[in-house]
Design a protein around this ligand. Structure first.
Ligand SMILES: [Zn+2]
Length: 77
């Protein structure tokens, strides 16, 4: 069990790690990640997706690997 990313700031750290691959500084990555986690529309969309999944429904997001994998399993049957 690791202390990183911190439990109370996990989403931001995960986003910052990803953003950091494309920007010059960790500070900039962190600033961008901060804006993302605080964006109400992004949070609402994450909740909508999680809500759909919890009901066993496809979320409809084309980048969703979970629904992509589920659709593949479906056609295998
Ligand atoms: Zn999905």
């Amino acid at each position: 069990m690791t202390d990183y990313p911190p439990a109370d700031d996990r989403l931001k750290h995960l986003i910052a790690q990803q953003v950091n691959l494309g920007v010059d500084t960790w500070k900039l990555a962190f600033w961008i990640a901060d804006g993302i986690v605080k964006d109400p529309e992004i949070r609402a969309e994450l909740e909508r997706i999680a809500d759909a999944h919890s009901k066993g429904q496809p979320c409809g997001d084309r980048h969703c690997e979970r629904c992509f994998a589920a659709a593949l399993t479906e056609t295998d049957r």
